[in-house]
Design a protein around this ligand. Sequence first.
Ligand SMILES: NC(=O)c1ccc[n+]([C@@H]2O[C@H](COP(=O)([O-])OP(=O)(O)OC[C@H]3O[C@@H](n4cnc5c(N)ncnc54)[C@H](OP(=O)(O)O)[C@@H]3O)[C@@H](O)[C@H]2O)c1
Length: 335
Amino acid sequence: MNVPATMRAIDPAEAGGPEVLTLVDRPVPVPRAGEVLIRVAAAGVNRPDVLQRTGGYPPPPGAPSIPGLEVAGHVAALGDGVARELLGQPVCALLAGGGYAEYVAVSAGQCLPVPDGLSLVEAAALPETLFTVWTNLFDRGFAAEGDTVLVHGGTSGIGTMAILLGKVFGLTVIVTVGSDAKATAALDLGAAHAINYRTEDFVERVGQITGGRGVAVVLDMVGGDYVPRNLKCLAEDGRHVSIAVQGGAVATVPLWDVMRRRLTLTGSTLRARDAAFKEMVADELSRSVWPHIAGGRLRPVIDRTFPIAQAADAHRRMEAGDHVGKIVLVVGDAD
Ligand SMILES: NC(=O)c1ccc[n+]([C@@H]2O[C@H](COP(=O)([O-])OP(=O)(O)OC[C@H]3O[C@@H](n4cnc5c(N)ncnc54)[C@H](OP(=O)(O)O)[C@@H]3O)[C@@H](O)[C@H]2O)c1
C-alpha cells in the first residue's frame, strides 16, 4: 500500500464547542516497533471524545492529541517485528487517541481481525465499549451466567454493549434510561427490564424485579448520589463498578451497609492503561467474545454515521443525548 506523507485529521488547537472539530493536515504517523499503521475506514465516537473536546479529559502522556479511541480499517504499514501477514488485513483497534484521522499507528496487539460479514463501520463501533464493559462488568464485577445486573445509561454505547454481552453470556440485564422511547429501545435490544429513571424510582423497581434479593453487579456511569442508591440495589456480596461520574465525583458511602452485606466497590478507566494491559484484554476478547461476533450473535448497535468532515454534527448528536447505541465517523472506504 502507498502511504502518503500527510493526512487529513481532526486535531483542535484549543478546547471548545463542536465547531472546533475541523479537518486539518497532519503528518502520517510512523509505526514504531510492534505497531501497525491502519488506514482508517471508520472511527467510533465516544462520550470521552466530547469531554476531551471541551477540555475536561486531556489525552494521557504519550497519546496523540487527535481524538478518537477506536477505529477500523486496513493495515497499511508495519513497524519492526510485526508479522508480515497482517499487511492489508482488515482490523479494528482500541486506541489511546488518534482515531479521527486517515491513518493511525497502534500496537499490533491492540488490533482484532474484522470477521467476514461485519462491516468496517460496525467493527469501528466495537473496541472502546467492548473493552470497557468486558473489563468492568466481567473482570472487575465478576458477572457470571445466571446473574442479574443493573446497568445505567442503557441505550448509551456502553449500555447497549452491556445488553448485548449480557445476552450472549446469560445475564439478566436491568437498565435505567431517561425516556420511555429509550426503554422500548433497550427492551428491543434484549434488556430484561428497562426503568425510566425520570418517572420511576430505580431502587424500588430493582427490589420488585429481584424479589428483594438485589443484583449481583451495578455498572455505574453516574456516581454522586446514585452510589448510595446503587448500593441499596446490590445483593449480598454484590459488586459496584464505577466507570464514570457524570452525576458527581464524590459520593457518601454507608460503610456499615458495605460491611453488613459484604459489598465491593471498584472501578476503572481504560484509556490510561498501558499497551500491555490492552493487549492482554484484546487476547482475552479474541477467545471469549470474537467467536460470537464472527458467528453473527453479537453486532454493535449503530445509531448513525457521519462523514468525518461532519464530526461536529456527530458530537452535537451525542451531546443532544437522543442517540441509541454508537455514532460512527466514516473516514475512508467503509464498505
Ligand atoms: N471508565 C472507562 O474506561 C470508560 C470508557 C468509556 C466510556 N466511559 C464512560 O461511560 C459513559 C458512557 O459512555 P458512552 O460513550 O456510551 O456515552 P453515551 O452514549 O453518550 O451515553 C451517556 C449515557 O449516560 C446517561 N446519563 C447521563 N447522565 C445521567 C444521569 N444523571 N443519570 C442517569 N443516566 C445518565 C445517558 O442516559 P439517558 O440519556 O437515558 O439519561 C446516556 O445514555 C460516559 O460517561 C463515558 O465517559 C468510561
